[in-house]
Design a protein around this ligand. Sequence first.
Ligand code: TRP
Length: 336
Amino acid sequence: MFEKKTVLTGIKPTGTPHLGNLVGAIKPVIEMSNEAEKSYIFIADLHALNAVRDSALIKKWTNEVAATFLALGLDTKKAVFFRQSDVQEIYKLTVMLTNVTSKGLMNRSHAYKAVAAQNIENGNAADSGINMGLYTYPILMAADILLYDTDVVPVGQDQKQHVEMARDIAGSFNHIYNKEVLVVPEPVIQKVASAIPGLDGRKMSKSYENHIPIFAETKKLKKSIMRIVTDSKRPEEPKNPDESTIYQLYQHFASKDEADTMRKEFTDGGLGYGDAKKMLFETIELSIKEPRERYYDLLEHPDKINEVLQSGAERARKTAAQTVNKVFEAMLGKVA
Ligand code: TRP
């Protein structure tokens, strides 16, 4: 699906990556980058700024996200892997794009509207705590996408609107300046992204505190998995695998045969939750054991991470600089 295409995606460093992120985003992104003609994968540290006001935390999470991708085998010779803030052109393009983006478009942004709705529900002023970083989040994201002549942006449903806004912004730029300067991108929705349940059965999310970190130490991983909430069905009773957090996670780590077996044993009855959890633990442990060693080794050597990200940023800047020059030429009649 991604052959001959330039695909791009950004990952916001707002927490230690968990298994939901792994299955819903990180693995599909690595697969996509193997398929694509060209891929840009970046850590969207500037996008974290509207909410995270602690540089040490942003740095920690940035390193963790980067180390996760590297430990899991992202091919950084092929994919351009970098940190958003290291590409100077992002600041230039963002400022330029503000001038072709209507305020009305921003007024429709779910990202800020969700916070405004919550404010009202809590009896506060609608705009309470909403900064311009959040309000204009879609412009920064459009700049990310448009800098690199992106054709396709694989995202979860929650980000679809942002990609559509990037399309609108590119379209309006090209229309105003009467020239196809910016490539109009397409969203591709990754269905699995929202479907990974956490320990309590709700969507796995840091904010629900129901998540399992990807590279939890063996003991901690086991403990977390044993804490997965189940109903009180006895082993011999039939269970619905599609409602079981254990099976939902298991199918992403086990082979197809193993997953089919668990599915059948749940459906027919005969598999207890305790045993199923043990199987889940062993399967996850097996598949993350080696990457986990690489991950902790990288975190102990942040210089290595930095080196990879810097050289990615250098590659990214080649296209970015051309785009910004084209934009400056169209808007100001000069190069950037
Ligand atoms: N907004 C995305 C998120 O919160 C992260 C992101 C930033 C992104 N820039 C992007 C995703 C560009 C795709 C393309 O998950």
